[in-house]
Design a protein around this ligand. Sequence first.
Ligand SMILES: *[C@@H]1O[C@H](CO)[C@@H](O)[C@H](O)[C@H]1NC(C)=O
Ligand SMILES: *[C@@H]1O[C@H](CO)[C@@H](O)[C@H](O)[C@H]1NC(C)=O
Length: 202
Amino acid sequence: LCKNEPRASVQGSLLLAGSEAGDTLEYNPNLLDDPQWPCGKHKRVLIFASYMTTVIEYVKPSDLKKDMNETFREKFPHIRLTLSKIRSLKREMRNLSEECSLEPVTVSMAYVYFEKLVLQGKLNKQNRKLCAGACVLLAAKISSDLRKNEVKQLIDKLEERFRFNRRDLIGFEFTVLVALELALYLPENQVLPHYRRLTQQF
Ligand SMILES: *[C@@H]1O[C@H](CO)[C@@H](O)[C@H](O)[C@H]1NC(C)=O
Ligand SMILES: *[C@@H]1O[C@H](CO)[C@@H](O)[C@H](O)[C@H]1NC(C)=O
């Protein structure tokens, strides 16, 4: 598979190989939220005798944004969405979860599911909203003690926000479950970094 991906960077290839060979590559919960990303190639690292420091040159906001998408694409050529798009989908996931009174831990779990699919290169323009929606739904079911009408309310909200049909969502829920190899219960070290960032923002 990797041989057919001439542009794939080493890291990209490893991620693809990892998702094929099981779970050989650890999921990194800090990768996609890394605040250093937008700086990309404008970043300079200066090494002094006893410490290391990073100097960020001044760049126009528009250049910064362009650079961020480009750096991301170079590093992860197998991911077919821009970093901005991935982040805006996550904001939507958080926003609607809050409106449905889901806990930050639920949002954190949904983020982990979602980012794993992103990093596996499974998302594209067509399925990205269904993916985001299915991740929220699965996280809500596994982490909250939802009543039947609350599940219905959440599905209504997902349908309204992401503009898909609930039948497609229910079908996609299973697809996502399989892609995640049924691993819905997550180790704390994958969830906690997201939880910390989310609760700091409240
Ligand atoms: C970066 O990606 C976002 C989302 O697709 C897009 O709106 C924006 O125009 C992109 N920026 C550049 C400069 O390519
Ligand atoms: C969700 O987004 C809408 C529109 O941007 C905003 O009005 C609303 O306050 C947000 N809700 C939460 C809980 O952040």
